[in-house]
Design a protein around this ligand. Sequence first.
Ligand code: NIG
Ligand code: FE
Length: 389
Amino acid sequence: MTTLLTGIGQLVTNEARDGSDPLGLLTDAAVQLDDGLVSWVGAGADAPASDVVVDLGGRAVIPGFVDSHSHIVFAGDRSAEFEARMAGRPYSAGGIRSTVAATRAATNDELADRVRSLLTEALLSGTTTMEVKSGYGLSVDDERRLLEIAGRFTDEVTFLGAHVVPPEFAGRSDEYVDLVVGPMLDACAPHARWIDVFCESGAFTTEQSRRILEAGIRRGLGARMHASQLGIGEGVRLAVDMGVTAVDHCTYLTGEDITALAGSETVCTLLPGVEFSTRQPYPDARRLLDAGVTVAIASDCNPGSSYTSSMPFCVAIAVREMGMTPAEALYAATAGGAAALRRDDVGRIAVGSRADVVALSGSSHVDLAYRPGVALVESVWRRGRLVVS
Ligand code: NIG
Ligand code: FE
C-alpha cells in the first residue's frame, strides 16, 4: 500500500543538489512511502497516484533524527548530582559508578521498561534511529544482559565495557582491561555491532584504549570512542590513527586534532547536552566544519552528563552555542548521525531510503533552533508507519 505525503511546504532531503544547499531543500513537495521505504520524492504537482494521501498543509518535513550516541540502559537517578553541580561542584566521571551500582541491582524488566520509555520520549521528538550503549554493568554478566536488552529495541548496539574501571578493580585497571578484552568481549561481541571506550584521564589510557578497540575489531565489531570530554588528550589522534568510525564528545580539541580529523574518514560527534548539563565550555563546531570535518550531533542521553533524549534541543544548543547554522545542525543530527553509524539508509529522504519521516508543526526547519523548547514534532512515520500523530 502506498502513502503520499503531499502539501509539504519545505522538504529536507539531505540529498545535496549543489554545495550551497547541503539539505537538498524542495518546496511544494511530496513524498511517497511504500512498504517501509521511500518510493518517490518530487514536486507535489508531479506526484504519482497513491492508495492514501495525507495533505500536510504547508508544513516542513525532515528525515527522522539519527541519534548516534546514547546510554539509556540504566537504573537509578542522579538528579541530586546535577543539583550539586549547578551549585558549583564540577562534573567527574566518578558518578558513573553510582549508576553502575543501581543498574546491577535492577531486574531485566526494570531496565527494559526504562529503555522503552526513553525511546518513546525520543520518538516523540523525532528520533527514529538510536544507538544504545552498555557501560553501566561492568561485569561479564551485567554487560551481556544490558546488550541483550538494548538489542530488543535497536540494531545499533555498542559494547562499552570500558566505560570506567569498576570499584572491585580499583587500582588494577590493566587487570580490568584483561577482563574486557577476554571473557567480557567473548560474552558481549555476539550481541553488539560496535565497541566503544572512554579514553580519558580517570577512565582508560591511550594504550589501554588501543588494546580494547583492537580486540573488538578482531571480533568483527566497528570501533567508536569517547575522547577529549574533560580535557585535551591523545584520544582523537588515536581514533584517526585507527580509522575509528566516530570519535565523540571532542569538547577540548587542539589544532592538530582538527587537522587530523579533517584528513580522515572519522566522524566527530558533538554532544551539546553534555556541555549544557555539566557547564563545560562548548566546542567550536565552526572550526571543525570550516576545516572540512564531518560533524554529527547526538544526545548522549544518560543519567549523569546529559539526561535529555531531545535532538531538537541539541540542535538548538549547537546553533546558539557552537557556531553552527540551523541547516548545518539539522544535517549533523540526521545525515551526520547516519555517517557516524556508517548507514546510508537513514538520515535522508530519497528513493530507497527507510521511510523515517518527521512533519514539524511549522513551515521551516529553522524553527528547530528558532523556537527552542517548543514541541515542534507533529507527526512521525517510522519504516513507513505513522507512529506519532
Ligand atoms: O558520555 N563520558 C563518559 N560517559 C558518559 C557519562 C556517563 C555518566 O556520567 O553516567 C558520557 O558523558
Ligand atoms: Fe557517552
